[in-house]
Write a protein that binds this ligand. Structure first.
Ligand code: R7I
Ligand code: MG
Ligand code: MG
Length: 319
């Protein structure tokens, strides 16, 4: 993974903002199609035009929790992050959370340790995409150190998703965010290099195979084939590779990335959130259509978190 320590400060900040705002807009726009079949790009564009506000779901709500906790703790603190999730869920339980996390929050409130509660779910932990969808702040903050990135992605996942496939999905998504962040925005994404880096990073055979499928599908016109081979579901292995694919198909356009992700149907808010996070981390905030940015609920708070995260990158990496 490129380290990109010499990136100009303005570019770095724009990429942090692009990642979190890009994630939230993908989530909010995708939420309007979650659980449905495929749709036409034109219909998604007109939907985006019609909406007066972009209201986000659990994907963004939990990403906010990850960012808040990383900032307040100056890095990862599992107990603090778990308590942040519990507090945020209590304040806004209506955000469309998956079935597992609220049960975990109940266990943690009842005294169960943050590192063991998730093992009690689905006999061996969840492999839902709930820990990958919220991991982008980890990808940004630990982008200079792939092994720490993996460790923190796993540990942040294990609060709610302790199955190997859940943890590995979070790590792969964080790695994709870091690779996008570390590629200067005036340099083209080398898709071969990007996929090789992901292939080398992945520790799990199923994800390695999925990365190979991404490579085979780059020129594919048939969306049904993309969905058949990569998936569009709520499970991490059936959505994280899909999100990475959506970005790599059209790395130069945030708008096209998110619209394509939603057009695949299924878990559209989450796939568009993850694809939008990667795209925004590469292209920066200015590449996101301003009329979409203007409609995003709570945008100023999300931007403030992104700015604080940018300021903590040096502390976290020297501390
Ligand atoms: O992963 P999670 O937080 O859900 C995230 C999704 C996103 O689409 C959000 O936008 C929101 O809508 O919810 O919730 P989990 O309950 O941990 O996992 C989601 C689903 O994955 C579960 O309801 C199961 O259907 C499936 N799943 C499993 N099924 C069988 N065995 C996850 N782990 C297992 C398993 O081990
Ligand atoms: Mg959601
Ligand atoms: Mg979803």
């Amino acid at each position: 993974m490129g380290l990109a320590k010499d990136m100009p400060g303005g570019e770095l900040k724009s990429k942090f903002l692009g990642c979190l705002v890009g994630m939230a807009i993908g989530d909010a726009l995708g939420a309007k199609r979650e659980g449905r079949g495929m749709s036409r790009s034109e219909d998604i564009v007109s939907l985006a035009d019609k909406l007066e506000q972009l209201i986000y779901t659990d994907d963004t709500h939990m990403t906010i929790g990850v960012a808040e906790s990383l900032i307040e703790s100056n890095g990862f603190d599992g107990e603090h992050m778990a308590q942040t999730f519990v507090k945020n869920y209590k304040a806004e339980p209506w955000r469309g959370y998956g079935p597992g996390p609220p049960r975990i929050f109940g266990m943690i409130k009842g005294g169960e340790a943050w590192y063991s509660a998730a093992d009690r779910l689905y006999s061996g932990g969840s492999f839902g995409n709930g820990s990958a969808m919220r991991v982008s702040p980890v990808g940004l903050l630990y982008s200079r150190n792939p092994e720490r990135l993996r460790e923190i992605a796993y540990r942040s996942s294990s609060i709610t998703h302790s199955h190997e496939l859940g943890k590995e999905g979070a790590a792969l998504q964080a790695c994709a965010v870091a690779l996008a962040l570390n590629t200067p925005w005036d340099e083209d994404i080398d898709r071969e290099d990007f996929l090789s880096a992901l292939q080398d990073f992945a520790r799990n055979q199923l994800y390695r195979e999925k990365v190979s499928r991404i490579r085979e599908l780059l020129g594919e016109q048939d969306k049904a084939r993309v969905v058949a081979l990569l998936g569009n579901g709520i499970e991490a292995p059936r959505s994280v590779p899909t999100a990475i694919y959506c970005f790599l198909r059209q790395p130069q356009s945030y708008r096209d990335t998110v619209i394509y992700a939603i057009s695949l149907g299924g878990d559209t808010d989450t796939i568009a959130a993850m694809a939008g996070a990667i795209s925004g981390a590469y292209l920066g905030i200015e590449a996101i259509p301003s009329e979409w940015r203007a409609k995003l609920e709570n945008r100023e708070y999300i931007e403030a978190l992104a700015e604080k995260l940018t300021s903590s990158i040096d502390n976290v990496n020297t501390g």
